[in-house]
Design a protein around this ligand. Sequence first.
Ligand code: AMP
Length: 213
Amino acid sequence: MRLVIFGPQGAGKGTQGARLQEKYAVPAIATGDIFRWAIATEGGELGAKVKEYVQAGRLVPNELTIQVVLERICADDCKDGFLLDGFPRNRAQAEALDEFLEERGIPLDAAVVIDVPEDVSLSRILGRRACLRCGRNYSVDSPPSNPWTCDVCGGQVVSRADDLDESAVRQRLELYHQQTKPLTAYYQERGVLRQIDGTGGPDEVFDRIVAAL
Ligand code: AMP
C-alpha cells in the first residue's frame, strides 16, 4: 500500500499515520519528524540546512525536501509500500513523487486528505505534544503513561518548538491553504483522492479512513 496523507496542522495526520502504519505494515514517513530529528541531533548537515525554515514555519526548499523523501522511500523497508505524512506539501513535490513512482511502475494507491475546521485545528495544535526522538504524538488529553516520557522509545515528550510560536503556527496554516489544499484537486483528477472528516475522536477518524481505503 502506497499512501500519502495530508490535511491542515492539527488534523490528526501523525496520529492516524501511526495507526495506518500498524494496520497496513508499511512505514509512516513524516518529513516534519525527519527535519525535527535532524535539528535536534546537533552537528548534522541536514539539520543546519533546515533549521531556519522549520522554526519560522516556512517550507523547506523543494529540491532538498524531495531529495530527502525519495532517498527514504528507496530504503528496503519501503519495498512493499509506505505512508507519507507531510509530503507532498505543494504541486511541485506531488509531481516529483508521481514521476518517481511512474518511472518505477508503482502507482500511488490513495491520497487521504483529513479535513477539520480551523478552530479544531488550532486547539489541537496548542494541546499536542510529541516525542523528540521517534515523533510519536501525544496530547494534554492523552499523555504518555509516565509523565512526558515516550511509551514507545523512552524519548522526551515535549511541545514542538514551532507550535509555541503563534505567528509560525498561523504561517503554517496559511501555507497549507495556499499550497497544500489545492492538492485535493490534483489527486481527485488522478482518481486517488479519499476525503475524510477529521472531527471526532481518533478511533472514529481511523474507521472512516479504513472504510475509504
Ligand atoms: P510538520 O510536522 O508536517 O508540521 O512539519 C514541520 C515543518 O517541517 C514545516 O513547518 C516545514 O518547515 C517542514 N516541512 C515538513 N514537511 C515539508 C515538506 N513536504 N516541504 C517543505 N517543508 C516541510
